[in-house]
Design a protein around this ligand. Structure first.
Ligand SMILES: Cc1cc2nc3c(=O)[nH]c(=O)nc-3n(C[C@H](O)[C@H](O)[C@H](O)COP(=O)(O)OP(=O)(O)OC[C@H]3O[C@@H](n4cnc5c(N)ncnc54)[C@H](O)[C@@H]3O)c2cc1C
Length: 390
């Protein structure tokens, strides 16, 4: 098989890259380790930045997002019971769209099927070859047969645990990492969300988040220590812990029910530099991870793919290497700003083992500063709704 761009991974990064390149007449093959159903079953991000939503819209992917997505003009921050609303619309005239990653993925998969784009699911032992030469390739196994895809370039969109980044020699890559001493236990429930907007709560017992996927489907999280097992968290235990971390009035309005899904996600900040190795480019979680507190993971993947697709389109149209040559540098500039914001939101709102009385007073001072300063709120708002794409 031969294609122009071989894409590894059918998450949002890989599928969107395939979509944007197809619209420019560039051929792609997507190779994914899991089945399509498995990819669609993963419950992950739910907040789309305004500019990312506009990009999806402009690429012909906005129909269902417009019909089912919820435009949010602010978020709520609660600190030991005191609640403050950060009003994005008033502060900077922008918004975010609440629309699940699962739905974005479904829209992308359907669009790809619609234009007849080639995707290989359940591909085993994916391996990358000859990225430093002029003819790179990918091999994979399917139904006991080894296949080869020859290509001009490889896009590594295979997430944090993928093969792309691991194929690069250790001396060529620098990795920056911070692992947090806690994770998020998330529960999805078919009940109306307890708050209209996303509600971030700092509490001495640990952070809690009231989020949503639709007017009838809520997603809640509580901070848990690393090493906790999801089997030890019955739904009842989860609801009790969530109520204990919320303002009593909000807790009283919480509508509970059997969990549709419950899982623990570890929290990590991670960046790999650079993002280009010969004819291999990294994008999305393959290159960086943020803790979900700032709602940036999916949006960063979309930002990378926008830049990378534009560089590839320019390359094929003008036979120019210029934008491909600066992809890594340009993408990393925005990535590090989102890393900083996600780290700050995490540090501000979570309880760390070392926080202690001094740390708690500093976090409280952060909250007081924020609610008393329009400039501080504008800073939070412009980072949350998303810094401009390069
Ligand atoms: C449990 C969890 C919860 C999250 N919650 C949030 C949230 O609430 N808010 C938020 O903003 N972000 C969240 N994120 C982050 C967000 O979902 C990611 O940033 C986003 O999925 C990145 O998209 P991606 O396409 O780069 O990577 P992925 O979505 O990880 O896609 C990578 C794809 O590559 C495939 N793959 C992996 N290895 C191989 C291989 N060897 N060969 C072929 N294919 C391979 C994978 O199966 C996967 O389909 C969460 C992430 C996780 C893991």
């Amino acid at each position: 098989m031969r294609t122009q761009i071989a894409i590894i991974g059918a998450g949002p990064a890989g599928l969107l890259l395939g979509h944007l390149l197809h619209r420019a007449g560039i051929d792609t093959i997507i190779i994914e380790r899991q089945s399509a159903d498995y990819v669609l079953g993963r419950i992950r991000a739910g907040v789309i930045e305004q500019e990312a939503a506009e990009l999806l819209d402009a690429s012909g992917l906005g129909k269902r997002m417009h019909a089912e997505g919820l435009v949010h003009h602010g978020i709520e921050l609660a600190f030991d019971g005191d609640t403050y609303r950060v009003d994005f619309k008033k502060l900077i005239g922008k918004h975010v769209v609440v629309y699940g990653q699962t739905e974005v993925t479904r829209d992308l998969m359907e669009a790809r099927e619609g234009f007849g784009g080639q995707s290989v699911y359940s591909a085993a032992n994916v391996a990358i070859h000859d990225i430093d030469g002029a003819s790179p390739s990918i091999t994979y196994e399917k139904d006991g047969v080894t296949h080869t895809v020859e290509c001009d370039y490889i896009a590594g969109c295979d997430g944090y645990h993928g093969v792309s980044r691991k194929s690069v020699s250790k001396s060529a890559i620098t990795e920056f990492e911070r692992v947090y001493p806690f994770g998020w236990l998330g529960l999805l429930v078919d009940q109306p969300p307890v708050t209209e907007e996303i509600h971030y709560a700092h509490h001495e017992r640990g952070f809690a988040l009231c989020s949503l996927r639709s007017p009838s489907r809520a997603r809640y999280y509580v901070q848990v220590e690393n090493g906790e097992k999801v089997e030890d968290w019955s739904d009842e235990r989860f609801w009790d812990e969530l109520r204990a971390r919320l303002d009593p009035e909000i807790a009283g309005n919480l509508k509970t029910g059997p969990s549709l899904e419950k899982s623990i996600a570890p929290l990590r900040s991670f960046v790999a530099e650079p993002l280009r190795f010969g004819r291999l480019f990294l994008a999305g979680d393959a290159a960086h991870i943020v803790p979900p507190t700032g709602a940036k993971g999916l949006n960063l993947a979309i930002g990378d793919v926008k830049l990378l697709s534009e560089a590839m389109i320019e390359h094929y149209a003008d036979k120019s290497e210029a934008s491909l040559g600066v992809y890594s540098e340009k993408a990393l500039e925005r990535i590090w700003k989102a890393e900083r914001f996600s780290w700050w939101m995490t540090s501000f709102l979570h309880t760390f083992p070392e926080t202690g009385p001094f740390g708690r007073r500093i976090q409280r001072a952060d909250f007081e500063y924020l609610i008393g300063s329009t400039a501080a709120q504008q800073s939070l708002a412009e980072n949350y709704v998303g810094l401009p794409f390069a």
